[in-house]
Each structure stands twice: as C-alpha cells, then as structure tokens.
Design a protein around this ligand. Structure first.
Ligand SMILES: [Zn+2]
Ligand SMILES: [Zn+2]
Ligand SMILES: [Zn+2]
Length: 232
C-alpha cells in the first residue's frame, strides 16, 4: 500500500509502526523532507512512552533531502480539505499543528512534537549566558531564521524562544517505560543536572562544530539529538 500523500510536499509519506497499549501497534506517517508527522484522528494521544521514544529516535535520525517551505494551503491526506493552523496549550507549553476540521487527523512538525512532549524547552538566563560564550548565532527551531544571541533569546521573525533539547525530559520519558522496553532500549543512566544540556552543546561543538553550523547559525536541536544518540 503506498503511503499517504504528505500535506507539505505531496510526496508519499513513510509509515512507521509504533507500540500502543496494551498490545496493538499503530502506524503513523512521517515526511523526512517536511520534517513532520501525520497522526490520524486521536493517534497522538494513544502513544505509549515507548512509542514516544521510538518516534523521538526516528526524528533524531531523519534526514531531509530537499527542504521546502510549506505551501499556503496544506491538504488533508484523507479528504484534501485544507488543514487549519491550530495553536494548543498544555500546562504552560505552547505548540502548534495543522488539523483537519473533519477530524481526520493532524500534521505536526517535528519541533512542535518535541515541544508538545516537553523534550525541548526555553533556556534559563544562566544557560543562555553559558551558550553566548560559545555561540553567537543559533538557528530558530521553529522557523529556521538566524537568532543573534547577543541581542535576544527570542527569534526576531516568529517570536519563538531559543530552545534546547532537555535531557531531563528525555530521561523522564525513559523512566516511564515499562521494564521490557527499558531492557530493549538499554539506556545509560544520566545525570539529573539541568545544565547537562549546555554541557552537551559545549562538548559537541568542541568536537565537530562544522556539523552543526547552518547558514542561519548553530542548530541546537541537531546538537542535542546528536549528543543523545548514544542514549537512544
Ligand atoms: Zn512532505
Ligand atoms: Zn480530512
Ligand atoms: Zn523563528
């Protein structure tokens, strides 16, 4: 069966089977080029912690071969009705996605999925200070624009804060895995120190800075995913 067509680029999406409680599995569709996931109906709420980690890994290893901006109208892969841009709030976390008004599902950019699951978060002032010592410009995780750190910690184009992958959040998700999944994934224990995220940035940049530089500055999400690859 060919994959659903991607709302962003209209090419076939790639299917990924994920574990679902208690025994069944669900298959979600993702597009590497658009760096986004299509969830049918309520699929995103049914993800087990193991499935979230599986998806997180898929995001970490996803490579875009051609990256284009989304078109003005994104058609629902089920009914072709244009998806509605939706802003959501969960506790204090804001995230966005594109939703079919007939309930067929939603198209969620990777970054928004990571926000929704609290894997990435804004930096606190202390972390920002440390980051400024090693990086002058970062790439906005939401829109890709350059964010000059000496002036602000907010993207001048879309208003998104400078965000980092939060290893504590990843650890937290791992902790919620059941014993069997825990064994299968075999995570390394990590320090609970909140500053480990920054330590990762410093260490990874010192090792291979060139890998993370884009024309818009350093891609902190890429640095974080790279640092956590050993863990996942
Ligand atoms: Zn696409
Ligand atoms: Zn639809
Ligand atoms: Zn931005």
């Amino acid at each position: 069966m060919p994959g659903l067509s991607c709302p962003g680029c209209s090419r076939a999406m790639r299917s990924l089977a994920l574990a679902r409680a208690p025994l069944a599995s669900i298959s979600i569709d993702l597009c590497d080029d658009c760096q986004a996931i299509w969830f049918d109906a309520t699929e995103s709420q049914q993800l087990t912690p193991g499935a979230v980690i599986q998806l997180f890994r898929a995001i970490g290893s996803s490579q875009a071969t051609q990256r284009e901006a989304y078109p003005a109208l994104l058609p629902c892969p089920r009914c072709t009705t244009p998806l509605s841009f939706t802003q959501d709030l969960q506790h204090t976390t804001r995230f966005t996605y594109y939703r079919c008004r007939y309930g067929h599902g939603r198209f969620t950019p990777f970054v928004q999925f990571l926000r929704e699951k609290n894997f990435i978060r804004a930096l606190d002032p202390k972390e920002l200070e440390r980051l400024r010592a090693v990086v002058t410009t970062v790439r906005c995780v939401s829109c890709g624009a350059p964010v000059p750190l000496e002036r602000s910690a907010v993207c001048p184009y879309c208003g998104a804060p400078v965000m980092l992958l939060d290893p504590d959040a990843v650890q937290h998700a791992l902790d919620r895995l059941d014993a069997a999944e825990m064994k299968r994934i075999a995570p390394q224990p990590m320090s609970g120190d909140a500053l480990i995220a920054i330590a990762n940035v410093e260490r990874e940049l010192a090792k291979s800075r060139r890998d993370f530089e884009t024309e818009s500055g350093v891609d902190l999400l890429k640095v974080g995913l790279h640092a956590l690859r050993v863990l996942l």
